[in-house]
Design a protein around this ligand. Sequence first.
Ligand SMILES: Nc1ncnc2c1ncn2[C@@H]1O[C@H](COP(=O)(O)OP(=O)(O)O)[C@@H](O)[C@H]1O
Ligand code: SF4
Ligand SMILES: [Mg+2]
Length: 323
Amino acid sequence: MNKKPLLEVENLTVCFKTEEGTVEVTDHVSFEIMPGEIFGLVGESGCGKTVTALALLKLLPAPIAGIAAGRVMLQGTDILSLPPEKMRHVRGKAISMIFQEPAAALNPLLNVKSQLMECFDYHPFAGDKERRVRELLQRVGFPDPQRIFASFPHELSGGMLQRVMIAMALIMRPELIIADEPTTALDVTVQAQIMELLVEMQKELKTSILLITHNLNLIAQYANRLAVMYAGRIVEKSDLDTFLQNPLHPYSHGLLNALPDLNAEQPQLKAIPGQVPQPKDYEPGCRFRERCTRAFERCIHKPDLLRVNTAQEVACFLYTKET
Ligand SMILES: Nc1ncnc2c1ncn2[C@@H]1O[C@H](COP(=O)(O)OP(=O)(O)O)[C@@H](O)[C@H]1O
Ligand code: SF4
Ligand SMILES: [Mg+2]
């Protein structure tokens, strides 16, 4: 097995300019994605998942947002330091993205064919372009590509639009797909179909996926490894099986407890009391402290993310000896 990571995110720190001054929305975020794996990034809404994804591709809204520190290495190249035209080459070709709202990501004035064919304007492609697109559309579940070619986004359902987005993301055979809440806007039955399709395509094309979601169920079903994000920081990293058997961080316990037990007679959802703080209110110490039932004196300090066994890293003083 190839042990070299495909993508290494190192200490990625994103700042936003707000009326109250500059705030750090992510704090030294680090994780790595191996070739062909599904890596889950999970955390409640507002934890900084989307900001992290946008930062990876230098798509943060300028000038209010910027990368204050960190590197993103794609197969050994620091992509954040690439000039704009080389970065455009990375986007869509090496790394493509699927968003939560396909309707917002597509142009309402262009039919599906024009939007899919537009991808070739940015990247060289040897071969029959239209055939490639037709084959992909069939592959994602449109037996009659000509009909879909002529359709405009408003004529398609959410599930169909997400299939078009998946086809679009795959045109250039990317190494990595970033899927940010890819099924959150869809009905539950369609959600499962879209996830199955995404995973099938990932296996077939040996692509890696960064699966970003607030829904730990999706991660538990599909990811190989995961990182748990809370208030702009990674608080736990683990392979999936170890995590499900032995979660470490109190926030991870909270997320797992909040999953409904489908075997129970009356499945109940036990949400974690309290809320994710706003970046302007981030504390210098452990940011989960206000919601943590196990907090103690040391937690007013910042816990570092430390390796505790071969499979897991955690940022919590329950797992470190006082020095
Ligand atoms: N354009 C923006 N301006 C100011 N703050 C923002 C902007 N976009 C996101 N944020 C803030 O950054 C934090 C992380 O947001 P986001 O990455 O969207 O979270 P998630 O994807 O985990 O739900 C949130 O507190 C959010 O309010
Ligand atoms: S460091 Fe302290 S407050 Fe933070 S999660 Fe661990 S026990 Fe809870
Ligand atoms: Mg988000």
